[in-house]
Design a binder for this molecule. Structure first.
Ligand code: NAD
Length: 477
């Protein structure tokens, strides 16, 4: 019999949910069932597959109240949970718009080599594996699953062990869509279930920490499957002296404190040109002070609890070390307990340095250290002084200046005159730089290419090839 793992409720701190753990045998069984069903799924006309996904979008909307309820228990927040469901529906609908053109047969064409016709075909991988983190449990479980299904793969998902409550509800939603459960399945468990998944899939999409991503990349290499890794970040913001400071402050308050900073695209470092540093900090602090915890009423306020207990020691260490080493908390500065849950107070820090853990390591919390820079060269050097390279943002009224800075930032997406736009802009391709990831773009239509291999038919429709060295024609013998 399979075991269970206890799951903690982030609002109450109470262990209130036993999560079933799929062992290696169960993962292999589910993967084998999906692999058996996949060829028929891939053989269906693209329009049929898209019709199933359209029905899935409708089913998610119909199931939204139940999903939001259970995601609220998983993450301790309601507003973001509602947005998660709508985000997935939007993702499906975007693929429904884009897929017909992307999946259309390519016309046969002549090669530059004489007498050869080329036919290009897409061959989807059998089972695409998805391993997801706890910060957006539903969205990050489905963001790669949707294009994989569009391409003709079956999909096996393993969500985070910190947020598994939504899984049975999502399975119920999937079951209402004819034909979907055959090719879309979820298993629950922790690292060992994830490892079993890697060993049983044909292509992998992993979202999580750099540490686990490294381990997963090694496992995928052993299993000889391609792995697309979306990992951690420490996104910098650069605020130039000609920026609209109020606009920057508002955008960065959202970009750093939204989802209580528990977002891979959160702004976690802010560099402000020295001349406007103090004026900017004043405006930013005013915006951040207005943010309230979503407690005791989950429907009120903007800041949810720290979702995963494993993150709490990191958040505390970053704050305590920074303050002990001379930083000032202009707002917040502590992790506080409310009703058994733990909240990071929305925190703006000044007096931080590149050497402090709160600037060098991913905090994944509502913390924004703000530091001055002298000129653009200095700002670029500070922003690039990081192991991470997920996203970044630049604020300047001079778009040419902003572009020149952006071009030199080692980051996959650079928002200009706004923050963390990858949270809502899904149709621009971007890849991770440095340790923030490996593999193809998750965003944009290019992301579909991760789920199939190109097969070429090379048809000789003219004279035989000149492969018979030393002989005039192959029929000479
Ligand atoms: P994590 O790496 O601890 O876990 C991620 C997933 O990996 C979980 O489902 C976990 O069970 C699984 N896992 C753990 N060990 C495994 C193993 N040995 N083999 C296979 N799977 C294993 O990450 P987390 O704490 O859940 O999530 C937070 C991290 O995710 C942060 O670093 C954040 O920046 C990152 N993240 C990145 C993106 C992005 O798009 N780049 C998006 C969201 C979150």
């Amino acid at each position: 019999m399979n075991s269970t793992l206890p799951t903690r409720n982030p609002r109450t701190g109470v262990i209130d949910h036993p999560m079933p753990v799929a062992d290696a045998a169960e993962v292999a069984t589910v993967a084998a069932r999906l692999r058996a069903a996949q060829p028929a799924w891939a053989a269906r006309p693209a329009a049929d597959r898209l019709a199933v996904l359209a029905a899935f979008a409708d089913a998610l909307l119909a199931g939204q109240p139940a999903l939001v309820e259970v995601l609220s228990h998983d993450t301790g927040r309601r507003h973001e949970s509602a947005l998660e469901v709508l985000g997935v529906v939007g993702t499906i609908r975007r693929w429904l718009d884009d897929a017909p053109a992307l999946l259309a047969d390519e016309p046969q064409r002549r090669s530059r080599t004489p007498h050869i016709l080329i036919e290009q075909h897409r061959r989807p991988y059998g089972v695409a594996g998805v391993i997801s983190p706890w910060n957006f449990p539903l969205l990050l479980s489905l963001i790669d699953a949707i294009p994989a299904l569009v391409a003709g793969c079956a999909v096996l998902i393993k969500p985070s062990e910190a947020t598994p409550r939504f899984v049975p509800v999502l399975r119920d939603v999937v079951a209402t869509v004819p034909g979907l459960a055959e090719v879309l399945a979820l298993v629950t468990g922790a690292g060992s279930t994830g490892e079993a998944l890697v060993r049983n899939v044909d292509v992998l999409c992993f979202t999580g920490s750099v540490k686990t991503g490294r381990r997963v990349a090694l496992l995928a290499a052993e299993a000889f499957v391609p792995a697309h890794l979306e990992l951690g970040g420490k996104d910098p913001a650069i605020v130039c002296d000609d920026a609209d400071l109020q606009r920057a402050a508002r955008a960065l308050a959202w970009g750093s404190m939204g989802s209580a900073g528990q977002s891979c695209m959160s702004i976690e470092r802010c560099y402000v040109q020295r001349r406007v540093h103090d004026a900017f900090v004043e405006r930013l602090a005013a915006e951040v002070r207005a943010l309230q915890p979503n407690w005791p009423d989950i429907a009120q306020g903007q800041i949810g609890p720290i979702i995963a207990a494993v993150q709490v020691p990191t958040v505390r260490r970053h704050l305590e070390e920074a303050l002990a080493q001379g930083a000032t908390a202009v707002t917040g500065g502590r992790v506080v307990e409310r009703g058994g849950g733990l909240w990071c107070e929305p925190t703006v820090l000044t007096g931080t340095t590149q050497a402090m853990a709160v600037v060098a390591e991913e905090s994944f919390a509502a913390i924004l250290p703000v530091m001055p820079f002298d000129d653009d060269e200095h700002a670029i050097a500070l922003a690039n002084d990081s192991d991470f390279g997920l996203s970044a943002c630049v604020f300047s009224r001079d778009l040419d200046r902003a572009r020149a800075i952006a071009a030199r930032l080692q980051a996959g997406a650079v928002s200009i005159n706004d923050a963390a736009l990858t949270a809502m802009v899904y149709d621009a391709a971007k890849q991770s730089f440095k340790r923030s990831g490996l593999g193809g773009s998750r965003m944009g239509t290019a992301s579909l290419q991760r789920f199939y291999r190109q097969q070429a038919f090379l048809i000789n429709d003219g004279t035989p090839s000149p492969w018979w060295y030393g002989k005039a024609t192959p029929t000479d013998n």
